[in-house]
Structures are given as C-alpha cells and as structure tokens.
Ligand binder design. Structure first.
Ligand SMILES: Cc1cc2nc3c(=O)[nH]c(=O)nc-3n(C[C@H](O)[C@H](O)[C@H](O)COP(=O)(O)OP(=O)(O)OC[C@H]3O[C@@H](n4cnc5c(N)ncnc54)[C@H](O)[C@@H]3O)c2cc1C
Length: 413
C-alpha cells in the first residue's frame, strides 16, 4: 500500500536499506506475512552484484526452517550440503598429527542436520526470486545518504537527490553501516588484528559431509563441506600474513594451504578468487530509535569462529518481522519506539551473549601459550565425554530455543 501524503514525494510503509541476506530475508518475511504493507529495498550496489559472491555460509537448522517457511528452501536444498559430522583439533601448524579433541554428530532430529553449507550466491538468488514474486520494490545502485525525522514519518534520501517517505526505516547495510552513524547510534567495537581468508578448494576424495575446525596458533582454520568434492575454507591469520598470502602466487598459497589442510582428501586445488576480510567485534549500543531499526551486521559484527554471524542476522529478520506484523495486526504504529523496543529487548541479550562468546573463544584458541593450551584441551576433552552437554551445544549452534521467533521454529507469523 503506497501512501502519497505529499504529491511530490512518494512514500511506502517500510524502507529497508541493504539487499544483503538480512535485508532480503526481512523484506520477504514482512511481505509474505502482511502483503498489504508496502516494502521498498534500497541498495548501494548495482543489481546482480551478489552473483559474484563466492563465499559460502553455514546455515543453522533454525535458519533453514525459516527459509523453508518463507518458501525459499526448496530452491536451496538441491545445492545445500548437510554437515553430518564436525571434528575439532588443537595443534601447531608443523605438528605431523592433529589429535581430535571433540566430535559432534550432526543431527538434531532424525533426518535434520544441525546445519547445511550453502553457497552465498544460491542463498541470495532464492531470497531475491521470492522477493520479486511477492512484489517487493527494489531501488539499486543508490546508496542511502540522508535521513530526516518527521512527526509520523522519516524521509530517506538516496542517490541523485531522490527521496522516499516511510513509516519505518530498517538499516541492514552491513557492519560499516552508514545509516547507523546517520541515526547517531554508537557502537562498542574493536579489531582482532586478524583477517579471515576465504576460498573454495576442490579435492580428490569425498568429505562425507564432515566439517573440521583446526585451532592453530594464528586462529581457527575451518574446512566446511560443499556439494561435490569441494570445501569452503575460512582461514584466520594475522592481517599482514593474510594480505601476503592472498597476494602470493598459486604455488606458494597452495603449499601453505596443504600445511594446514593436510592431504587426507587427496590433491587440492583452489577454485576461484581468494579474499580476506578483516575481523573485529562491533556491537551497536542501541538497535532502535523512533522509526528506525538496525538488523544483521549493521547491529552486530562478530568473529566467524562459530559461523554464526548470518544466523544472528536471520534471527533479527524473524524477530523484527514478527514484531512489526503483530503491531500492525493490533492497529499500532509500526514505527513507534514502544513497538520497536520489543524487538530490541528480544534480540539484544542474545546478540551480546554471542558476541562475548565468540570473543572469548577467539582469544582462548588464537593463542600458543602452553598452560592455556593445556587448559583448553582439558576443557574440550571434558565436553567430549559429556553427551548431554554436547547435545546442548549442538542445539545452541542449530539456533533452536523456545524463545526463538516463530519463523525460526518453522511456524507462520
Ligand atoms: C570470513 C567470514 C566468514 C563468515 N562465515 C559465516 C558463516 O559460515 N555463517 C554465518 O552465519 N555467517 C558467516 N559470516 C558472517 C556473514 O557473512 C555476515 O553476518 C552476513 O553477510 C551479514 O549480512 P548482512 O545482510 O547483515 O550485511 P551485508 O551482507 O554486509 O549486506 C549489506 C548490504 O547493504 C548495502 N549497503 C551498504 N551501504 C548502503 C547504503 N548506504 N545504502 C543502501 N545500501 C547499502 C550493501 O551494498 C550490501 O548489499 C562470515 C563472515 C566473514 C567475514
């Protein structure tokens, strides 16, 4: 429903800035539960840019339940690789053997793995197709560059002096969110001096759906299974070493890779580009202001040690959509601070908890100090011998909890 309160300025109920995974999931969740609401997505990048995203993400079971409920999972499933098993090792790069300290069996319900590996381009294509099917409007290649607060609306300014009036602006514009700054929301933030090198490798032998996390002195080295004899790597190094590695020639890079990966899957080849992402912790002090809400990395950027960044963002999408749709059904103002505070209360504790957990894990495991290693290996061994505790961790990683938003429990809003 497009309102035209002033003839010269077009308007819509909800503007989402950012057509990444979280912006798209929020748009689809809103529009499929409340089709009468007008939803416009504005993105700084030109249309089609996501087709070049060569990364892959671990999608937790709760997020796949949501994608299924939103009608996106059927298109993703044929290309999603279930994680059947996970092993954790702790050693030095030069150690000839990597003793396994912890193993997880991948199912949370019979036939339902705790996570799938999905290539980002597949995820984006399915969310985008659903958004278009639902009639969500897109404005692309148009960074939002100004926000003005009105009494019962916001004016969102974007490229070439154009503007749109809206009752609610959702900022899903990534970890360096300009909209967060424009709204005057401060962050707690620090850098780790580490970068995550991301690339895809093909290998001779099958991985059988096994994910591996090797804790090495520079940080975690994760091997995550993709469809076919391929794996996605998230390889943490000190930032200067990461820069050197991604600029080294293929021979040097593949040699360094083999030292960490080993040869149990046969000969390795790097497929496509290698990229590195600087790693840090960013937590927004507030998630909402009147007529304004943050979602996804714009609200929280965390270390990828547990592969949970996007899953946290999907939880935001589900909680925010449920908050807005419930308020709309009750005839409340969807942009009022009273409504938006429900979303903030729902999401902030979980986010801070995950941010702190990943921070502590990263400090504990990116460390070669002998007593610290002994202590953490004792801890891993203890968890390995406690099946109930392991079950608890698996359910946490799968994102399943009774307080989860309805979509993440596979229910309609
Ligand atoms: C190395 C690494 C590995 C990771 N692995 C995993 C994993 O396995 N599992 C997992 O759950 N998470 C993982 N993550 C985290 C995950 O990638 C992010 O949490 C996720 O991409 C955030 O999505 P988003 O939609 O919030 O933001 P983004 O993906 O950053 O999208 C932001 C969008 O906003 C747009 N934008 C920016 N500025 C503006 C503006 N001014 N106006 C309009 N639009 C704008 C951008 O063009 C972009 O489209 C990983 C992260 C890293 C760095």
């Amino acid at each position: 429903m497009v309102e035209r309160t002033r003839k010269e300025q077009p308007g819509t109920d909800i503007v989402i800035a950012g057509a990444g995974y979280v912006g798209l999931a929020t748009a689809v969740a809103l529009k499929s539960s409340a089709p009468h609401l007008g939803v416009t997505v504005i993105d700084a990048a030109p249309a089609g840019v996501w087709r070049n995203d060569t990364r892959a993400s671990a999608i937790a079971a709760a997020a796949s339940r949501m994608l299924d409920r939103l009608g996106c999972w059927d298109a993703i499933l044929p290309e999603a690789q279930p994680i059947n098993e996970m092993t954790v090792t702790d050693s030095r790069t030069s150690d000839p053997v990597r003793p396994v300290f912890l193993t997880f069996n991948g199912e949370i319900e019979p036939g339902e793995p705790f996570a799938h590996m999905v290539e980002n381009r597949v995820l984006n294509a399915s969310l985008r197709a659903k958004a278009e099917e639902l009639g969500i409007e897109f404005i692309e290649g148009a960074p939002v560059n100004g926000i003005e607060q009105g009494e019962a609306h916001l004016t969102v300014r974007y490229a070439d002096g154009k503007s749109l009036r809206t009752r609610l602006l959702i900022a899903a514009d990534g970890v360096k969110s300009r909209l967060r700054d424009m709204a005057g929301i401060k962050t707690v933030n620090w850098e780790y001096g580490q970068s995550g090198i991301v690339c895809t490798v093909s290998h001779e032998r099958p991985h059988h759906g096994r994910a591996e996390e090797h804790f090495l002195p520079a940080g975690p080295f994760a091997i995550l299974p993709l469809k076919g004899n391929r794996s996605s790597l998230v390889w943490t190094e000190r930032t200067d070493d990461a820069e050197r590695l991604i600029n080294d020639d293929d021979f040097v890079f593949e040699h360094e890779l083999e030292l960490r990966f080993g040869l149990k899957l046969g000969e390795l080849h790097v497929e496509g580009p290698r990229k590195s992402f600087p790693l840090g912790l960013t937590l927004a002090r507030d998630f909402v202001k009147p007529r304004f809400a943050l979602a996804g990395d714009a609200a929280h950027g965390i270390h990828p040690i547990a592969g949970q960044g996007l899953n946290l963002g999907f939880k935001d999408a589900a909680a925010l959509a449920e908050t807005i749709v419930d308020a709309d059904r009750l005839g409340l103002d969807i942009g009022s601070i009273a409504v938006l505070e429900r979303y903030q209360t729902w999401r902030r504790f979980d986010t801070v908890q995950m941010g702190v957990t990943t921070d502590v894990l990263n400090r504990l495991f990116s460390n070669d100090n002998v007593p610290v290693r002994a202590l953490r290996d004792f801890g891993l061994g203890l968890v390995e011998r406690m099946p109930r505790l392991k079950g608890f961790f698996i359910r946490q990683a799968a994102g399943l909890s009774t307080t989860a938003p309805k979509l993440l429990q596979g229910q309609p809003i």
